[in-house]
Ligand binder design. Structure first.
Ligand code: SF4
Ligand code: SF4
Ligand code: SF4
Length: 281
């Protein structure tokens, strides 16, 4: 039931935040007032249907123009989202997370990430610091403006949601395709293939937004708690977790996306959601 509830919320959010259907027909981008507001999940500004802005795209835009003015709005909003929800946003509200989960439903052999490769989770923090903060801040042009390097060189969400639909529908863009577009399509294909066989590989290893929200998991208002009087340490929750979190040892791990699978599978009903100081029944 909880699995179904989460899926319904994910679909409603993905469609609701990309509700400018005319954009998909015309090959244009919505530029109305709601585009000044960031959505909580990774959803490309350039998606023809997008009604809001992407927090990572906006963060880079703010950092790359730091020489002229610095807006605290995006950082404030990210802190607000993080402080309330942490990575609940990843599990419930992010359209690119949903896309990866749907890809993972395609029948194929599924792989757990080998323990030796668990250290790859730190890659997303390196990407956050290097491609979202340092390069846009310091790699500036003659006018002092930086490049949105994560959007430009890495983000497969942008290629899928923005780059491909716009190029398909827009003849003038087709003639401008070059090596960079080919590189981005290559990264997207790798992401798609990996998502079919591994659960949410982009979220796990690459996403700088997930990296930001992860810092809030232990302190956000929405948290998990293990009742030590009920928990027998059987480890079933950890085995069921597709992100290899040992929930009973660390219920607020930075890697937990709050999908709720561990709660549903705990035979002793020992894992609880805590909102603020209050335990959810
Ligand atoms: S390219 Fe990626 S990071 Fe940039 S705006 Fe689009 S989804 Fe956001
Ligand atoms: S890690 Fe990134 S892409 Fe994955 S769900 Fe979280 S915000 Fe979305
Ligand atoms: S610890 Fe539980 S809620 Fe978090 S990702 Fe794993 S199964 Fe999902």
């Amino acid at each position: 039931m909880d699995r179904l509830k989460r899926k319904i919320v994910q679909i409603i959010v993905a469609i609701g935040t990309n509700g400018y259907f005319k954009g998909f027909i015309d090959g244009t981008i919505y530029k109305g007032n709601s585009k000044h507001i960031c959505v909580p999940g990774l959803n490309c500004y350039s998606c023809p249907g997008a009604l809001g802005s992407c927090p990572i795209g906006s963060l880079q835009a703010v950092i790359s123009s730091v020489k002229y003015k610095f807006s605290y709005y995006v950082i404030g909003l990210l802190m607000f989202f993080g402080a309330f929800f942490g990575r609940f946003i990843c599990g419930w509200l992010c359209p690119f997370g949903l896309i990866q989960e749907l890809l993972n439903k395609i029948p194929s052999p599924k792989f757990k990430v080998n323990k030796k490769l668990h250290g790859l989770k730190y890659l997303k923090y390196i990407i956050l610091v290097l491609f979202v903060i340092l390069l846009p801040m310091f790699m500036v042009n003659d006018f002092g403006m930086g490049d949105p390097t994560f959007c430009k060189y890495i983000c497969p969400a942008g290629t899928l949601e923005g780059g491909i639909p716009l190029v398909l529908m827009n003849k003038s863009l087709q003639s401008a395709i070059g090596w960079l577009y080919a590189w981005k399509v290559f990264l997207l294909i790798v992401t798609i293939i990996l998502s079919i066989v591994i659960f949410r590989p982009f979220c796990r290893f690459i996403c700088p937004l997930g990296a930001i929200y992860s810092f809030f998991n232990p302190i956000s208002l929405y948290r998990y708690k293990v009742d030590n009087n009920k928990c027998t340490g059987c480890g079933i929750c950890g085995k069921k977790c597709k992100l290899d979190v040992e929930v009973y040892k660390n219920p607020n791990s930075l890697e937990c996306i709050r999908c709720g699978e561990c709660i549903s599978n705990c035979p002793n009903d020992a894992i609880r959601v805590v909102i603020g100081m209050k335990e959810k029944q």
